[in-house]
Write a protein that binds this ligand. Sequence first.
Ligand code: ADP
Length: 495
Amino acid sequence: MRKYLVSFDQGTTSSRTIVFDSFGRPVSSGQVEFKQIYPKPGWVEHDPRDIWESQTQSCQMAFRAGGIEWRDVAAVAIANQRETVLVWDKYTGKPVYNAIVWQCRRTAEQCLQLKSTYEKLVYSKTGLNIDAYFSASKIQWILDNVPFVRSKAEKGEVLFGTVDSYLIWRLTGGKVHATDYTNASRTMLFNIHTLEWDEQLCKLFTVPKQMLPAVFPSGAEYGMTTKESIGAEVPICAAVGDQQGALFGQLCVKEGDVKNTYGTGCFLLMNTGKKAILSKNGLITTLSASLSRPDYVLEGSVFIAGAAVQWLRDGIGLIETASESEALAQSVPDTAGVTFVPAFVGLGAPHWDSECRGMLYGITRGTTRAHIVRATLESIALQAFDVVHAMEQDLRSEINNLCVDGGASANNFLMQFQADILGVPVIRPKVMETTALGGAFLAGLYCGLYRDIESLQRETERRTIFKPQLDDVRRAEKLLAWENALSRDMYRPKS
Ligand code: ADP
């Protein structure tokens, strides 16, 4: 019986493969890091060969570790880093340039110029703010800067894809050029209302439509892998952007369901159902993973979350390991009036202040290392609170709970404080690899290995729930202290 799903999680710094069984339980995994290329300050690239090789190697590692064979595999799923751009030759499959990574700022200036005239238009069609982060200006950069590529693109001889498309292309031996709604919705060329590539936006970014992939729901048949590419013929039954993959992996499929991933930064995504809510509070609107027409999702990102803990460890040496922060924070009853604003690179959603920087406020002679560590962990939860609050205002209703994942969600103090400050339960699943799990759920539901979402819900019941315990007065005081520190940090004297 074909009882396994092979889920690829192609991330920014590493490629992973996790094999899941017919209950959605991880069986084995493999992970391979790959090179980050920084040709100039602010530029970030990946070698497409590294993406492919690290992905296939991680798959071999997972197979070896679990004694898995292809004949036991029902389907392959792909969850991937979003927005990253690849352009390759349709006939030879050879990339015309390195992958330009989502973090790359090379087109920042060009995006700034477009903003003044086209901001409203682009936002109303795509739900995104014009920024170098999204794919469109990066595709344009390749067309404008790599010799002969534009003329080839116009003749349909080169193809664009995000990482999912590129992997699908290679896995199917160049037969399928496709992507899914979640990845398409991050290109800034895709109309999230009509669910089609948008002529006007393609013109604005001078991208020939011939080079764009066909778009499907995340759970769909994307073609068969070939023996030459990966060693066997198996259907690819899911493609999904990593954050929407995690949202699906958390089974946040109903309106109002929200998850937060605590990694380097935080990614908060809320399912808003069939309504595309255009935010008044600095959030972006995007599409969900689905097996049919996608739902809409509000998304807000916090730039610095786990990275603040890294800074405590590597920057100022207050702790030796990230996990030590938990016991240290718990060793004091509160922060003794200290508030930390981790605006190392400015503040993301919902404040959008690129000028302000980190701040420790309220230090006295009595301040200790434990207070600073505690204030740092609290700041992660307080930033997430601000995004949730913005979502609630946009949605005009309150959330019932918060599903969590990512490296820093292992911190029990942080999760308890998050529940306390939000005033709702925080739910941490047993399987923390929610991105890969989301891919596996989509593929499994599509190919029939998983019966329905309800049965998956039963399987994911083993989880930790942090219930709010802080009284309302203390909670209000905490929020007031946070707002006070934020306003001081973001204050600019009038010149
Ligand atoms: P990413 O995918 O962004 O690399 P991960 O999900 O792997 O991030 O999480 C790593 C981040 O989580 C690091 O920034 C690290 O400092 C933080 N982290 C890991 N474990 C803990 C912990 N127990 N407490 C607080 N932060 C942690």
